[in-house]
Design a protein. Structure first.
Length: 482
């Protein structure tokens, strides 16, 4: 096609030979067997038997076994911790409950700074990490300090990548006493992704940080020189007959906004200094299975999202910003296709950059002397939908499609007012697959992206009508995880 472009990104190296040898060698498989793991058994509890207040004195906790025997990572690796930590785990039909008691011989020295959510601080911390896929690569992390400040993040690529913009709905309460401090967690199953198996097997890890001692303790040993993080988790067993979260969430919204700017008597678009806007839309989320979720949004508004930091770009290259819009944040790890060899790649090193969807219009009309223009600040997303998830066999799938509006600027030339297109009607599509082998130590993935624009005239000579990109990637780790 005349206006189409196809680019295939394929990385092949000499080490592919060794990858094939190790992949099919039974001798290598035996050598790569993971070290022994600790096990915690979750206990079914009666609904309503636990009140999330941090006191841990509810009847539901008293019947549950306590687990402990943490191991230091810092400063004295593989040594017993300076303070004892105990774990209790229960579950109901809808949520996972975790009770952590952090004993402390000097409770007056416990540190808990009060900060914003997802803001790390020099505090004591208790962290729960759950690999509900049991793929040894992906984990959901929930942290709290003694003041109740929460941090939640999505861990991917066995710890190479972390996403603090993931914000699930969960509860936690903390409580201090003369014996130390407690953290009581309630994590709804609807916020996790897991297989449809009758008996669940999840990766599980608890981390404790004691700030005044610069000490880090783990329930399942986490060596300093470990090749990964999630691959060193222990196991959580005992979860049975969990309901598939086939819940449907509908979130309609209505927005009325008013913007105040300095008055410009000569500008018909700013003569009063005020402008008004009314907007409506709908967000949809449907749990198709316990593994896969459908998200859709119609005429979304992201005005509540934290603004991007100011950057002065004097180069010819695009400025890349972190994705913070809720629709694009959830499951965004599935669409990562790194162009760099490093696991911690930036947005500029990924084949798909979601911030281009809904970006500011790129064409500015030329104005006659004395004319005024009202430009749209961003391109409106008419609708977008995506399916994300991971099967019990280790196949990750991400499908995304979005349509953005043909944006028009309003131009006033004397008594004549007219509209001119400044961004064409555009469709974006992405399909990403990734398959795990050898308990996540080997992954093979593919990605296909496509953009199609309905270009109205020659003003958009700098844009292609269509562009398609394909990619293929392999990640392989030799030897043991440690």
């Amino acid at each position: 096609m005349k206006n189409s472009r196809f680019h295939l990104h394929l990385t092949v190296s000499f080490f592919m030979v060794f990858f094939l040898v190790s992949l099919f060698s039974s001798k290598s498989s035996a050598q790569n067997s993971p070290p022994s793991q600790k096990i915690i058994y979750a206990t079914l509890i009666a609904s309503g038997s636990i009140n999330i207040d941090g006191k841990l004195n509810d009847p539901g906790w008293k019947k549950l076994p306590a687990y402990g025997n943490f191991i230091q990572q810092d400063p004295l690796e593989n040594q017993p911790p300076s303070e004892k930590t105990t774990i209790r785990v229960g579950y109901s039909k809808h949520a996972l409950f975790i009770a952590l008691h952090a004993s402390d011989s000097q409770p007056g020295l416990i540190i808990g700074q009060l900060t914003r959510r997802d803001h790390p601080s020099a505090s004591d911390w208790l962290t729960v990490m759950i690999d509900s896929y049991d793929d040894h690569r992906t984990a959901f992390s929930f942290s709290v300090n003694p003041s109740g400040v929460k941090i939640d993040k999505l861990i991917t690529n066995d710890g190479d990548s972390e996403d603090l913009n993931w914000n699930p709905v969960w509860e936690v309460a903390t409580f201090r006493n003369k014996r130390g401090w407690n953290a009581e967690f309630k994590i709804p199953f609807s916020q996790l992704r897991f297989s449809s198996s009758k008996d669940q097997l999840w990766g599980f890890q608890i981390c404790r940080k004691i700030r005044r001692l610069n000490e880090i303790d783990y329930w399942n040993p986490e060596p300093k020189d470990a090749a990964g993080i999630v691959s060193n988790f222990g196991e959580l067993r005992g979860l049975k007959n969990l309901p598939a979260p086939k819940n449907l969430e509908l979130l309609p919204y209505g927005l009325v906004s008013e913007t105040a700017r300095p008055k410009q008597p000569d500008n018909p678009f700013a003569a009063t200094g005020f402008s008004h806007n009314i907007n409506t839309g709908l967000d949809l989320k449907y749990g198709m299975t316990s593994n896969f979720t459908l998200n859709a949004t119609f005429n979304p508004d992201f005005g509540q999202v934290e603004a991007d930091p100011s950057k002065l770009n004097l180069t010819a290259y695009e400025t890349y910003f972190e994705e913070k819009r809720p629709f694009f944040v959830e499951g965004k790890n599935l669409f990562q296709a790194n162009l760099a060899l490093s696991g911690n790649s930036t947005y500029s090193e990924n084949l798909f950059y979601s911030r281009r969807i809904g970006r500011s219009p790129r064409y500015t009309p030329r104005l006659a002397p004395g004319a005024h223009i009202k430009m749209p600040e961003q391109t409106h997303i008419l609708s977008a939908a995506k399916i994300t998830g991971k099967s019990s066999t280790g196949l990750s799938l991400g499908i995304l499609d979005a349509v953005t509006n043909a944006e028009k600027a309003v131009i006033q030339e004397g008594s004549r007012r007219y509209r001119e297109i400044v961004e064409p009607l555009t469709n974006y599509a992405v399909v990403r697959t990734q398959k795990d082998y050898r308990k996540g130590r080997t992954t093979i993935g593919t990605i296909l992206t496509n953009v199609y624009r309905n270009l109205p005239n020659k003003n958009f000579y700098f844009l292609n009508t269509q562009a398609t990109t394909g990619g293929f990637d392999i990640n392989h780790r030799w030897g043991n995880d440690t």
